[in-house]
Design a protein. Sequence first.
Length: 373
Amino acid sequence: MGNITVRKIDYPKELKKFIKFPWKVYQNDKYWVPPLDYDQKHILKKEKNPFFKHAEMDMFLAEKDGEVVGRIAAIKNDLHNEVHKDKVGFFGFYEAIDDQEVADKLFDAAKEWVKSKGLDKLRGPASPSVNDVYGLLIDGFEDYSRLMMSYNPKYYINQMENYGFYKAKDLYAYQIDQDVILKSEKITRISKLAAKRAKATVRSVNMKDFHDELEKVKYVFNKAWQPNWGFVPFTDEEIEAAAKELKPLVVPELTIFLEIEGETAGFALVMPDYNLIIKDMNGKLFPFNFLKLMRWKGKVDWARILILGIVPEHQKKGLDAYMYYEITERAMKLGINKGEASWILEDNVMMNKGAEMMGGTLYKKYRLYEIDA
């Protein structure tokens, strides 16, 4: 059987060991996209990631006969608990071999940690928050994960449910075929009529005025998403750090603002699915793989709609359809013919109807689990 132990890592000395463990789990999985070491270090280094100015986290490794067989992070997000007036702790970065005892011991460690912090519930996976990689894949395994979306073995579902975790919320991902949108007279008519009625226009992000544009993004994001379950606003430092990381990869034509009579009313961030290139990098971005990302055209025919939001006073006017249509036209000109709209809360009626109206197919589901600590 072997003796299984779980211990907190010696940070930062063992950070590399924590980062590299997934290669063992996914060594024979053709759909896994190895995360970039650069990104993982940026997220997990507490002294560099502004998330840890309002949160704390410890990372744990499970070992069996001296060999690493699992990992987990336990997280206390003070901003989440302040916004939602609750005492929820989180787990993230979960990976383990197909062994229930290993899983149980890792979950025990996370649960004991959050309980020691005065929290009464354990929820996840959140790696490390709602604004990062979120949820466990529960449906749609025979496909690569899209950019910044999670992927995991199917047996993780049993590991969590056998431990006693139960569903907190499901998240949806829709596949959108650009041809369906552009060839539909109904979609074209609805989107153009909605824009005309609202006196709405769409424009590309101005990369030369990036700082001011970022202020508009903050305005839309923190206003449009505020009512959503689990929402935690980006701090100024967090959104500026994220923008700095993403700026070299932003495609201006796919990063758009919705304006009503010149006033900012919505925002959409759409990225080419760089995972189609990253999957062959084996986690290494430098020294030369970064150039491959810069030369994505002709190699990437998928995009992911990471963000699409409209401020509350202009919702339910069909303007989401107008934004989808504009994105589709722009994407087609860049050689992108498929997209993923993700993730969308299962009970976000407006956004789900919008994706369905655009011919979207619900093709993947993710789940947030929780358990009493």
